[in-house]
Structure formats: C-alpha cells, structure tokens
Design a protein around this ligand. Sequence first.
Ligand SMILES: Nc1nc2c(ncn2[C@@H]2O[C@H](COP(=O)(O)OP(=O)(O)OP(=O)(O)O)[C@@H](O)[C@H]2O)c(=O)[nH]1
Ligand SMILES: [Mg+2]
Length: 221
Amino acid sequence: MEKKDSKTLPSLENFSINDIKAGKELFSKQVLFRLGIKNEDKFPSINLPEIAFAGRSNVGKSTLINTLSFQKKIARVSKKPGSTQQINFFEIIDNLSIVDLPGYGFANASKLDKANWSKLIEIYLINNSALNRVFLLIDSRRGIGKIDLSFMDFLEKYAIVFEIVLTKIDKIDYQSSKVLVSKIEKINSTFTTAFPRVILTSSKNNDGLDKLRAEIAKIIL
Ligand SMILES: Nc1nc2c(ncn2[C@@H]2O[C@H](COP(=O)(O)OP(=O)(O)OP(=O)(O)O)[C@@H](O)[C@H]2O)c(=O)[nH]1
Ligand SMILES: [Mg+2]
C-alpha cells in the first residue's frame, strides 16, 4: 500500500510557511468558552469575525475545536452522537469567534428534538452577519451523504460560504483519501458558495491541523 502522506495531496499545496506560522500564532492565543445557546431568542451580539463548524453528529466538530486550540477539553467530546445539543460560542480573545453547531442526522434524537436543532441552526445561519465561513465537516469514512448535500443546498440558498473539512483521515488509506478528495471537489464545483478545495484532518495524529489553522488565520487578516 502507498504511504499515506496528506502533504502530497494537490488540494493542500497552497499554504506558505508564513500562513502556517500565522495559524499557529492565532490558535496559541487563549481560547475561551463564551456561552451556549439553546433558544433562538438568546443569540449574543458578536463584534468579531465568526466561523462555525457544522456537520453530522459524531463527525468530530468538538474534537477539532479542541485540537485546533491545542486544548483537550474546551469543547465537550463524546463517543455518543448528539453530545453537543446547543450552539456553543468560543472566542480567541479580540480575534475570532468560533461556533460549535449541534450535529445533524442524529438517528436517536426524537423527531421534535431534531426539528428544533435544525431550526436553531437555520436561524443562527440565516441571521448572522458576523459569520464569515462555515467549515462543513465530513467523516472520511462516510463521505458526503444525502443529509450533507441538503445542508449544502441550504447554505447555497442563503449565500453562506462554506469549506469542506474531512475529519478522521487516520481511518482511511492514502488512495481512498485521494478518490474522496476528487469526488468532493467535483461536488464543490456544483455549488457557488463552496470553496473548491478540501482540507484533510486528523485530530488523532494532527494531520492537516496546521493547514486548517492557516486557512482560518487568513480570514481575520
Ligand atoms: N480516529 C479519530 N477519531 C476522531 C477524530 N475526531 C474525532 N474523533 C472521535 O469521534 C467521536 C465524536 O467526536 P465529537 O468531537 O464529539 O463529534 P461531534 O461532531 O462534536 O459530535 P456531536 O456533538 O454529537 O455533533 C469521538 O469519539 C472522537 O474521539 C479523528 O480525527 N480521528
Ligand atoms: Mg460536539
């Protein structure tokens, strides 16, 4: 089997050493939990650029926020899907607001719960002028599913810019990751608000995290 080396993937080539350095510096600053929101009438007013992490339940949103921030426990992680049931706001003080959205597609949630969560997510996404970009997380083993596509349709409909981040690339081999990336790049090309490239990450072995930090740092420049 070919050696897995995400650095050689074509979609990851456009980060300079300075970009990587800026990303590391940004996330080396203090990251704080600000608040969690369960109701649509309690959104905070944010005076910073904001990014949000979205995706299926269990895809690794909370884990990614922890590993990006060089912290173990700032966002709650669980083996049980549906552990983040509210919108959690984090902040890199004076720099960036980071949002951990509840996961969608959580099979065990009651219908009513699911409807509430998606409504809360929708209201957050539609009314948020500070929101700069949604990072849409996709589990490398699952790829883009129907529910992800309908979420992408929703983002497109409201002109919300999004970028796909693959999680758990430690779970697949290099060849499969290449196939997956070209599939996703094709799907991205059908959406006007999608970033063409894909960022591959593993919170287990830190692959791609420096690149994602660099990508995020570019947002606030
Ligand atoms: N192998 C591997 N496991 C991961 C990775 N990222 C997350 N996980 C695991 O995936 C599970 C779910 O992670 P979470 O971060 O809680 O996922 P989430 O998207 O926040 O889930 P919800 O809050 O339910 O929406 C945990 O058991 C993590 O340890 C990764 O890069 N590699
Ligand atoms: Mg979570």
